[in-house]
Design a protein around this ligand. Sequence first.
Ligand SMILES: [Fe+2]
Length: 298
Amino acid sequence: MDAPLHGDQDQPQEPGKQVSRKAVLRAAIAAGVAAPIALVGVPALARTKAEDAANGELLELTPDCSDGDAPTIEQTEGPYFKAGSPQRTSLVEPGTVGTPLTVTGYVFGRQCQPLANVLLDFWQADNGGNYDNTTYRFRGHQYTDANGKYTLTTIVPGLYPGRTRHIHMKVQNPGGRILTTQTYFPGEPRNNTDTIYDPRLLMNVRTVGNGKEASFDFVLNVNGTPPTSSTTRPPSSSTTPPTSTTNNPPGGTTWAAGTNYAAGTRVTYSGVNYTCLQGHTAQPGWEPPNVPALWRVG
Ligand SMILES: [Fe+2]
C-alpha cells in the first residue's frame, strides 16, 4: 500500500534530556536560520549536506550524530490527511502558484544510522491556505534513498485560520511504526500563538533567489548500529558565536516557563548558560536543551 496506515506513534522527547551531539548540530543549524531574523550580521553557520554538496564543499558520508538521539516528536495528524497519495518528490504541478520551496533532509535511527527506503508522505495547504480533499494536489509520498536522504519540491504553504505555517508528514521505516508530525518555518508571526506549534520541529529555511530552501532531519525510534566511519566536521566548533544585541549580564537569570525572552537574552538552565536565538514565550517542554532552534549554549 502506498500511503502509510495510521498506527502507533513514537515516544515524545523527554524534557530535560541531555544534549546530544545531534542536538548541538541542530543548534548550529538553527542559529543559521535565526541569523537573518533575530541576529542580523551573524554569518551563516552550519549548512546541510545538500548545501555543502551544492557549494562543492565537504560531503560527509555519514550523519553528524550518534549517541542515541531522541526521536522526532509526534504531532497531530489534523483533519486533512488523505491516504493513497501518489508517489512523487515534487508537488508542483502546471499552473501551481506560490513561492518555490525545496525541503531536503535525512531520516536517522536512534543511533544516527541513516535509514533507507523510509516512506515519507507529505501533505500541505496550497498558496491560499486550502487543502485539496478531492484530488491529491499538494500530497505525495516518496522513499529515502540509500543514504537516508529525501527531497521534496513544493511551494511554501499558505496560512489558514488558527494555524501557523506548516507542512504535515508521516514517516515510516519499512515495517516500522508511523511517526506523524509537522514541520515549521522560523520567524513566522503565528508561531507564538499556534498551540500546536513546537520549535523542536522548526526547519532550517533560507531564501535562494525567488524561492526558499529548507532542511529538516527526522529521527525515528529505530535501533541499529551507529555508522562506523566518524564524521569529519565537529558539530559546533566551526560555528561563530552570534553577537548579542542586548546588554544582559553574563549568565543571565534562570530559565523559567512563561517568561517572554528576546533574542540575545542569556539564561542558565541546569548550570549551563544559554543565549536566546529567537524571541518567544517559554513553555514547559521548551527548556533550552530541548529547543536548539531557540537557544544556543553559551
Ligand atoms: Fe494543516
